[in-house]
Design a protein around this ligand. Structure first.
Ligand code: SF4
Ligand code: SF4
Length: 389
């Protein structure tokens, strides 16, 4: 296993500075040795919503442009793309490229993906995914670079390298995956299966300004001041959790990667090129989560099973609408894969019995009215756990 994760300090998004720092990070640590003249490299960025770069939702276009310039100077051909959760077509993606300023990468002779075809692939080595829908621009590339943004995430607590490759699944097909893998552990293993299939040559994380709070689309920008890179996505995510001061027990993708022996067991096992202690954001606003609470609902003992069900009802984090903020756009109603939302008096009402806690409604609400809600009891348990740690 590769235990190395590399980082470089970077204050802000300024093209010449970003270009020099990124180049130093990648060349000094021999991370671009796979690049050959005329090879086609796809850069999978995060364009989850058509937001301005300063909102910290997307991989910052200035940093992506810097990477494009470096690769093109090495003789590669470069294509940049993503497939956000809505429609995967020309008008939707052109809107994203424009609003996120990702169009600026065209100045380097890199291209923005305009092939919106996809295919189904057989995953013979997948732990739980046996068939995967994949975007052709990624499948046709000679190499893929996964360029993530470090953020909080409603369902997975952390969005970084591992979560970013879910954008390889075309548009609305993602909803089927949410429906098929409603359990957080299965969803995490599905993400890991995708990651293992694509075997990206390089993973980079934009952690200059990350997102805290109601991520991955409606949180607040929070400066961290680093760019991270390496070849093991799980170990980079461990570093991200450290920077966000996040307990790794709360991150299902990290837990499952550890079980599958794809990741180091802890941050302490990693080898970093610099000390990142000064970059840890101690008061980073995390997503309200209760994944660290163990339930007994699968236990064969009837008493434990009952206790588990009760605990789950009282402790599970749920989506909850802030009716004052809600503008009644119906986006959550349209996107909910479990059909758990109905609109009543132009506001969403959630059927808790069928909600699968995928948090798509929270991710795609355009005004941040849908929140992750932790119950009072779960808040007390989480607080007492933290004070013990
Ligand atoms: S209500 Fe929200 S969290 Fe529940 S299933 Fe629907 S989209 Fe997912
Ligand atoms: S997506 Fe947000 S604003 Fe739109 S109806 Fe749902 S909660 Fe309200």
């Amino acid at each position: 296993m590769n235990y190395e994760v590399f980082a470089i300090a970077c204050e802000d998004y300024e093209f010449n500075d970003n270009y020099n720092k990124l180049k130093k990070l990648l060349l000094d640590n021999n991370l671009l040795s796979f690049v050959k003249k005329d090879m086609l490299i796809a850069i999978k960025v995060n364009l989850v919503s058509a937001s301005k770069p300063e909102k910290a939702v997307v991989t910052h276009p200035i940093l992506v442009k810097a990477l494009c310039k470096i690769l093109i100077e090495m003789g590669a051909k470069v294509i940049v793309g993503d497939s956000p959760g809505g429609l995967y077509n020309e008008s939707s993606l052109n809107n994203s490229y424009r609003k996120t300023n990702m169009n600026m990468i065209l100045e380097t002779n890199a291209k923005l993906n305009d092939d919106f075809s996809y295919q189904t692939i057989n995953l013979k080595d997948g732990l739980i995914v046996k068939q995967l829908d994949g975007c052709n621009y990624l499948l046709k590339a000679d190499a893929i670079i996964n360029f993530a943004k470090m953020k909080t995430h409603g369902m997975m607590a952390l969005s970084s390298c591992v979560k970013n490759m879910f954008g390889s699944v075309p548009g609305a097909c993602k909803l089927q995956y949410h429906y098929k893998y409603p359990n957080h552990q299965d969803f995490a293993n599905m993400l890991i299966d995708i990651q293992e299939y694509y075997k990206c040559k390089l993973h980079i994380v934009d952690a200059i300004v990350s997102m805290e709070g109601n991520g991955p689309t409606m949180g607040n920008p929070r400066k961290v001041g680093l760019i991270l890179a390496g070849q093991n996505p799980y170990n980079i995510d461990l570093v991200c959790a450290r920077l966000m001061n996040l307990d790794i027990v709360q991150v299902p993708t990290i837990q499952e990667a550890i079980k599958r022996k794809l990741s180091a067991n802890s941050f302490a096992e990693l080898s970093l090129n610099m000390n990142i202690d000064d970059y840890i954001v101690k008061d980073f606003l995390k997503i309200e989560h209760a994944n660290n609470v163990q339930f007994y609902s699968n236990d064969s003992n009837i008493f434990k099973k009952l206790l588990g069900k009760m605990a789950k009802a009282v402790l599970t984090t749920k989506p909850q609408v802030n009716k004052k903020q809600c503008i009644g756009c119906q986006k959550c109603f349209q996107i909910c894969p479990a059909k758990a939302i109905t609109m009543k008096k132009n506001k969403p009402s959630i059927n808790r019995k069928i909600c699968i806690r995928c948090f798509c409604c929270q991710e795609f609400c355009p005004v941040g009215a849908m929140k992750t809600h932790q119950t009072f009891v779960a808040k007390i348990i989480t607080k007492s756990k933290k004070s013990k740690n």
